[in-house]
Design a protein around this ligand. Structure first.
Ligand code: PLP
Length: 386
C-alpha cells in the first residue's frame, strides 16, 4: 500500500544528511564538551559550529542562542524565565488564545502563582489584531508571548507590528517560531522579538533538541540549575549529536526553504482545490493567504475528524486533527474555538501538513480515496441530509 505522510506539523522524518552528520558524535567524538582535553574540545567545536548556523539563520549572534531539550522547554524557559526575573517590575503577561500548550500551560501555571495573564482573541482567520495587544498593555506588563504561526491552521501572525509597540515600553516580546523556522524567513530583528523558540524535530532534525534565542540584555532566570553550561543559562551536559543535527537541519533549510515554499504551496493548493471540487460542505480553516506554505486545515460537515483520520490511516495516509497533543481527547480544538468556528463543524476538522518527501502522486492518491471516505462516513451519520 502507498504510504503518504501528511503530518509534518506534528513531526518530520530526520533528514538522512542530518543522521549522517550526527553519527560520528556518538562513537568517535563522544567527549564531554566541558572537558579541557581534545575529546572534549572537539565536541565543543561542533557545538560552536551548530550554534553559529542556528544564529545565522535567524539573524542573531551565536551567544544569543541557548540549546534546550526542544520547543516545549524553550517556551517554558522564555515565559517562566522572564516572569521570574522581572516579577519586581510587574506581574502581567499577554498571550493569545491560540497558542500551543507549551505556551498556554506555563501561562496558566504562572496564573496560579499570582501572575495575571491576558489572552488576546483572534478573528475567524486566526489572526490577532496588534491594536488589541496595545490596548491590553498595562504598567505591570513584563512579557508578551505570541506565536509566529499557528500549528493547527497555519495562520502567520503580525508579530513585527507588536514589536514596535513594546519596544518603547521595555516589555519583553517572545515568539514561538517552532512552525515557521524552515518554512518561511525568520529574522529576530525584523520581527522585533527579544526571545524566540525553535525545535529540531519540526525541521527534519532530531527529537529532543531545540533552542531559545535570547536577545543580549534580556533579563531571564534559568529554569535548570547545575553546572555552568550554556553560559549559566541552561545546566546539563550538552546533547552534542542532537545539537550537531539541529545545526545540519538548519543548514539544509537555508538552502531549500525558498524552493520548497513554492513547491509545497502548489501541492497544498492542489489538494485544497481538489477537495473543494470533489466534496461538498467543506470549509477552509485559517487565513487563505497569510498561511504556512505546507498547511491545510479543513472542516468536513456532519462527521468527526477522528473517523476521517482512522479511515485515511487504513489507506496509508497520515493526517491529524489539529494538534498532536490534543488528539485523544474529544475536546474540540481550542484554536478553532477561539476562531469562532461552530463546534459542530470544528469536530469534523483535519489538518494536512505537507513536507519534503511529498509528491504530486501523493496528493492525487489522497484526492482519489478521500471523497469515498467522506461519502461513506456521511452515509452513516445521522446528521447528514443531502
Ligand atoms: C511542536 C510544537 C511545540 C513543541 O515543540 P517540541 O520540540 O515538540 O517540544 C511548541 N510550539 C509549537 C507551535 C509546536 O508546533
Amino acid at each position: 500500500m502507498r504510504k503518504v505522510y501528511l503530518d509534518h506539523n506534528a513531526t518530520t522524518p530526520t533528514h538522512p544528511e542530518v543522521v549522517k552528520a550526527m553519527l560520528p558524535y556518538y562513537e568517535e567524538v563522544f567527549g564531554n564538551a566541558s572537558s579541557i582535553h581534545q575529546f572534549g574540545q572537539q565536541a565543543r567545536k561542533a557545538i560552536d559550529k551548530a550554534r553559529e548556523k542556528v544564529a545565522d539563520f535567524i539573524g542573531a549572534k551565536p551567544e544569543e542562542i541557548v540549546f534546550t531539550s526542544g520547543g516545549t522547554e524553550a517556551d517554558n524557559f522564555a515565559i517562566k524565565g522572564v516572569a521570574y526575573a522581572n516579577e519586581k517590575k510587574g506581574n502581567h503577561i499577554i498571550t493569545s488564545s491560540i497558542e500551543h500548550h507549551a505556551v498556554l500551560n506555563p501561562c496558566k501555571y504562572l496564573e496560579k502563582q499570582g501572575f495575571q495573564v491576558t489572552y488576546i482573541p483572534v478573528d475567524r482567520y486566526g489572526l490577532f489584531n496588534p491594536d488589541e495587544v496595545k490596548k491590553a498593555v498595562t504598567k505591570e506588563t513584563i512579557l508578551i508571548t505570541i506565536m509566529h504561526a499557528n500549528n493547527e491552521v497555519g495562520t502567520i501572525e503580525p508579530i513585527a507590528e507588536i514589536g514596535k509597540i513594546v519596544k518603547e515600553k521595555g516589555i519583553c516580546l517572545h515568539t514561538d517560531a517552532v512552525q515557521t523556522v524552515e518554512k518561511i524567513p525568520v529574522n529576530v530583528d525584523k520581527l522585533n522579538v527579544d526571545l524566540l523558540s525553535l525545535s529540531g524535530h519540526k525541521i527534519y532534525g532530531p527529537k529532543g533538541i531545540g533552542a531559545l534565542y535570547i536577545r543580549k540584555g534580556t533579563r531571564i532566570q534559568p529554569l535548570i540549575q547545575g553546572g555552568h553550561h550554556e553560559k549559566n543559562r541552561r545546566a546539563g551536559t550538552e546533547n552534542v549529536p542532537a545539537i550537531v543535527g539541529l545545526g545540519k537541519a538548519i543548514e539544509i533549510a537555508k538552502e531549500t526553504m525558498e524552493g520548497e515554499s513554492i513547491r509545497l504551496t502548489n501541492l497544498r493548493n492542489k489538494l485544497c482545490s481538489g477537495i473543494g471540487e470533489k466534496i461538498d460542505h467543506v470549509h477552509l480553516n485559517g487565513h487563505p493567504g497569510k498561511r504556512l506554505p505546507n498547511t491545510l486545515n479543513m472542516s468536513f460537515e456532519f462527521i468527526e475528524g477522528e473517523s476521517i483520520i482512522l479511515s485515511l490511516d487504513m489507506k496509508g495516509i497520515a493526517v491529524s486533527s489539529g494538534s498532536a497533543c490534543t488528539s485523544g481527547s474529544l475536546e474540540p480544538s481550542h484554536v478553532l474555538k477561539a476562531m469562532g468556528v461552530d463546534p459542530a463543524i470544528a469536530q469534523g476538522s483535519i489538518r494536512f501538513s505537507l513536507g519534503k518527501d511529498n509528491t504530486e502522486e501523493d496528493i492525487n492518491y489522497v484526492l482519489e480515496v478521500l471523497p469515498e471516505i467522506i461519502a461513506r462516513l456521511r452515509a452513516m451519520s445521522p446528521l447528514y441530509r443531502k
